[in-house]
Design a binder for this molecule. Structure first.
Ligand code: 6XA
Ligand code: ZN
Length: 342
């Protein structure tokens, strides 16, 4: 399997994440991607290539132009406003408040953020663009006929909606890739999100569409981020009714339970007769993940990679979360190797 990877992920290297009432060193750090890349290389998974710089065309198929312009200008505007720290929001358009976008950069951050932990710094926008390029290049490989490809994206993407960032995400790499596959001729694309967290952004982007099926296994939103999205009764609306499937799972969920639910999701992918599959591959389901509450072990990642491989669909893996840095490469590449083994 070819891996697409950009060194430009290093351009996102912020110092702060708002976590437990403190500003801590971010869980979503550059070492994560390095660990995955090292494991891809040491296991001989396949060639590693750099993406082609695609520009914003594919991004704007999924995201609002004003939102993209906000992301591109956020750091310079924050610096120009004279702030000393990294850019974080502190006020949101909550219930019964105006939904107009303010002029002030602090106001804009609140307008476009779906959560407050994710600092914007120098290089954040450039890294987000590089991650989208990685996703588009890898989607191009699958659309040209390869059985699979791995988009080693960083920063991740599945919390980013048409006009929202947060949850460590800026541009929705998986959604951009799925739309790219559609635009290149796949009539039906399924997105299977196996990250511990619900991909509220991906759900939102395709919620009213029947051509892209979104299925997610995740921590129950009553207990887990993003808290306000991911319930089982969110099934899609309008033409998209029935094309969104959420499988919220409880604290302590182990692989025996998780794999049964994955089987159910894979059966829905088959019934949909997808032409291509995009897997939002987060490995924060791992028992030792510092911010999550499932109990998968490293060998379980190989097992479920085989299950995904048995679906026998052209498959694009897009890297999302996973914060147990020492094991993030092992667990991620176990999925990819299991897939190849199937
Ligand atoms: C913020 C938690 C962000 C979770 C990010 C993630 N307190 N999403 O891994 O998949
Ligand atoms: Zn996650």
């Amino acid at each position: 399997m070819i891996t697409v990877f950009s060194e430009d992920h290093h351009l996102r290297n912020v110092r702060t994440e708002l976590y437990g009432g403190e500003l801590v060193s971010p869980h979503e750090c550059p070492e994560r991607a390095q660990m995955v890349l090292d494991r891809v290389r040491s296991t001989g998974l396949g060639e590693v290539i750099a993406p082609t710089k695609a520009g914003l065309e594919a991004v704007l198929r999924v995201h609002d132009r004003q939102f993209v312009e906000f992301l591109a200008a956020a750091w310079p505007e924050w610096v120009a406003a004279g702030h000393r720290g990294e850019a974080i929001p502190d006020c949101w358009p909550a219930r019964r408040m105006s939904q107009r976008c303010p002029t002030s950069i602090t106001g804009k951050l609140g307008y476009y953020a779906m959560a407050g932990e994710t600092s914007i710094g120098a290089g954040t926008w450039e890294a987000a663009q590089a991650a989208a390029d990685v996703a588009v290049s890898a989607a191009g490989i699958v659309s040209a006929g390869a059985r699979s490809a791995f988009a080693l994206c960083r920063p991740p993407g599945h919390h980013a909606a048409r006009d929202l960032y947060g949850g460590y995400c800026f541009l929705n790499n998986a959604a951009i890739a799925a739309q790219y596959l559609r635009d290149r001729g796949a009539a039906r694309v399924a997105i299977l999100d196996v990250d511990f967290h619900h991909g509220n952004g991906t759900q939102d982007i395709f919620y009213e569409r029947a051509d892209v099926l979104y299925l997610s296994l995740h921590g129950d939103p009553r207990d887990a981020f993003p808290y306000f999205s991911g319930y089982a009764d969110e099934v899609g609306s309008g033409a998209g009714h029935g094309y969104n499937g959420n499988f919220p799972l409880p604290v302590g969920c182990d692989f025996a339970t998780w794999r049964t639910v994955l089987e159910e999701a894979l059966a829905r992918v088959q019934a949909f007769r997808a032409d291509a599959l995009v897997v939002s591959l987060g490995v924060d389901t791992f028992a030792q993940d510092p911010i999550s509450f499932f109990r998968l072990q490293s060998a379980d990642f190989t097992s479920y990679g085989r299950m995904i491989g048995a679906a026998a669909l052209p498959t694009l893996f897009v890297f999302e979360g996973g914060y147990a840095v020492a094991e993030v490469g092992i667990n991620t590449v176990n999925v990819l190797a299991g897939f190849e083994d199937a």
